[in-house]
Write a protein that binds this ligand. Sequence first.
Ligand code: AMP
Length: 415
Amino acid sequence: MKVLVLNCGSSSVKFELIETSPELMKKNEEHTLAKGMVDKLGEAYSRHVYNADGKTPLMENVPTETHEQAIRWFLNVLVDPLYGVISSIDEIQAVGHRMVHGGEEFSGSIIINEDVMDGLRRCSKLAPLHNPHNIKGYEITSKLLPGIPEVAVFDTAFHFHMPEYAYLYALPYELYIKHQLRRYGFHGTSHRYISHRASQLLDKPYKDLKIVTAHLGNGCSMAAVKNGKSVDTSMGFTPLEGLVMGTRCGDLDPAIVTFLLEEYRTPREVNLLMNKESGLSGISGISNDMRDLEREYEKKNKRAVLAIDIFCYRIKKYIGAYAAAMGGIDVLVFAGGIGENSPLVRERSCTGLEFMGIKLSPERNEGRGEKLVSADDSKVAVFVIQTKEELVIARDTADCILKKERAEKAASVKK
Ligand code: AMP
């Protein structure tokens, strides 16, 4: 099944056309036919990028105002005689949409219909910067690709079954009832993929393992995955809680927020400060990009060293916390741009955890790619895994559709 995966952000759209099916999945033969993105929508020049196997890559800067124009552009390139990978748009059999927030309504991926749309709109108040754009993506594709089944896949769903004691804040309970103020967690498709993949690499049943996953990219989060279920995760009501990130502060004393508000900042400014001016960028005063900080770290730049120290110390604390939450740890996984590519971050996050059975192999920890990086005598297996969020969305999309078809078939047989 050819599934178009769409990730619609506020000023960008990312696309991937993936061939998947349960049979291809079993044979490890799913593949990306083409992928692309358009960003800086509405600016003087929007960047358009397109790559497809065996085709000339495409990169152009042209003004593009709307998400619809961006999606039309990608659909046109897909069938272009020179760049395209399909001969007709009709070859697209389904669309999978990344939806950031499923709130307490959506515990898993679901075929989109009018009821689901109502639920998605209700969840928008929990993610006003994300969900409305995700919804817009669906509104556009349902118009441009009419009659094709479309599925919503949620960032929050993998964490849906966290226990109450892990997702509730110690605020008055009425606030939770009235405003659904609680922890939801994000990056769920990534944590699901990398934890499951780790069990495959280890050749042990997923349901028997205690896995700590660290998705370290522009946004960073960790999860405790016990017996195949997320039992805790570091992001909370919003993706601001938890680890130090490129420009986000992560955990802090909430009294700092009231202090800043009382002293000299408006709510909008404090929000901006915590989301865009903090984290690696705020501490170092250099950059939000780990590559820049690592270069400065080599030169012993004090603020770069400090930023990396704080970043890794927070990860280390969460590894300890999640091992405690699960009553042990069998596997630790690093993923995301930083988790995959920074031996330094992995090493500094794991140093001192030998008492828990975590011991990296310095040789294996160097270099890139999916691999085991722990030493032979490490009790805990430590992996680097390239996350595949789009693949999870494509798989879930195909799965939802096949389940529906089977249910319809069974119902018609009964009749
Ligand atoms: P992601 O959001 O997963 O694409 O991750 C993006 C982040 O990964 C960038 O902002 C960098 O901080 C980090 N990153 C990418 N490549 C490297 C690298 N070779 N070494 C260290 N960090 C990297």
